[in-house]
Design a protein around this ligand. Structure first.
Ligand SMILES: [Zn+2]
Ligand SMILES: [Zn+2]
Ligand SMILES: [Zn+2]
Length: 339
């Protein structure tokens, strides 16, 4: 009695399972078809553009990607690409703020206002991001300006003193440049070093040189070519002028003829040269025929305090000009910001 019923139940159980499997297979096939279908050239090309844009975030990258989005309206990843453009703009703006990089902000603003490719991204949200960044950059520039006033004051003291004071040079050198002025550090170092050399303060000069990643660049501003050696760094060896590099005793042969009396007869024999121990080389210059110039110690350059003073003056003027330019830009941006 139970058997047929059981069988029916079993069939009923089997059938829905079979249907589910069939539906799943159909769904998988559809999904696969859709996946293949959406990986059309438009999508792939846009993906390539997105990868390239994300690698080097720049105004040009935004322009290129925005253009690609317009060119491939059917691409499946269009929304993602639009999102990426907005993110790129956000990243550029937020990275410019801590560096008080107002030029980047200005360039982004210009693109948003004038570049037709950027039009879809000149949204309220992006305008707000930019406006907030402007406020923050101007606030930071004002802060930097207030600090730079002190640097300018000490630079002017050094510039106007008949003989710069060590304390002023040290203060100038130790002055911590604000973020927007970080690029001026090499000039600041070279100027301080030149000032220390100009006043012949070896200790200060050496300590600045010790901090430098490129000491040669600092030295260059305080030196002139050595005239004593025609900028060669070396002069001819005085011991071997006749045969440069050769031992003058054995004339470079390495052997000496010695006459000896053997059994009342004079015998000429040869033995290694006692001066060069048989090498034949001039022992003073080790066979090079030259020695380091005494005046420049072989560097071919000599420190000149007049040149150092000139470098110092140029560096001070450069920094003062940069500080004045920053003040000018700040004024210009402030007047632009106030409606
Ligand atoms: Zn010799
Ligand atoms: Zn020699
Ligand atoms: Zn020399």
């Amino acid at each position: 009695m139970n058997r047929p019923g059981n069988q029916k139940q079993q069939e009923e159980k089997k059938n829905p399972a079979g249907k589910i499997v069939a539906v799943v297979i159909v769904l998988v096939v559809i999904a696969a078809a859709v996946m293949i279908g959406i990986r059309i050239p438009d999508t792939m090309e846009l993906e390539r553009q997105m990868d390239a844009a994300a690698l080097a975030i720049s105004n040009d990258g935004v322009t290129a990607l925005a253009g690609a989005i317009e060119q491939h309206p059917r691409a499946a990843n269009r929304a993602g690409a639009v999102l990426l453009v907005n993110e790129m703009i956000g990243v550029m703006v937020s990275e410019a703020v801590p560096k008080t990089d107002f030029r980047t902000l200005e360039s982004i603003e210009k693109e948003l206002n004038e570049n037709t490719a950027w039009k879809p991204y000149a949204s309220e949200a992006n305008r707000k991001i930019l406006a907030d960044a402007w406020n923050e950059v101007i606030r930071r520039m004002q802060e930097e300006h207030d600090k730079l006033v002190d640097l300018k004051a000490v630079a002017l003291r050094i510039q106007n003193a008949p003989v710069p004071r060590i304390a002023d040079i040290a203060e100038f050198y130790d002055f911590k440049l604000p973020a927007g002025f970080a690029a001026a550090r090499p000039v600041q170092m070279a100027t301080a070093f030149a000032a220390a050399v100009a006043i012949k303060n070896q200790e200060l000069a050496a300590s600045i040189l010790g901090d430098a990643s490129d000491p040669e660049a600092l030295r260059a501003g305080t030196e002139e070519p050595c005239r004593e050696c025609d900028s060669k760094g070396s002069v001819p060896c005085r011991s071997c002028t006749a045969n440069p590099g050769k031992c003058p005793t054995c004339k470079g042969t390495g052997v000496m003829k010695v006459s000896r009396l053997v059994d009342n007869q004079v015998q000429a024999t040869e033995q290694p040269c006692t001066r060069c121990k048989g090498t034949g080389e001039c022992v003073v210059c080790k066979g090079t025929g030259k020695r380091d110039c005494f005046y420049c110690k072989g560097t071919a350059r000599r420190t000149n305090t007049d040149i150092a003073a000139m470098t110092m003056k140029k560096g001070l003027k450069n920094l003062i000009d940069q500080i004045d330019a920053q003040a000018g830009e700040l004024e210009r941006l402030k007047s632009k910001a106030t409606p």
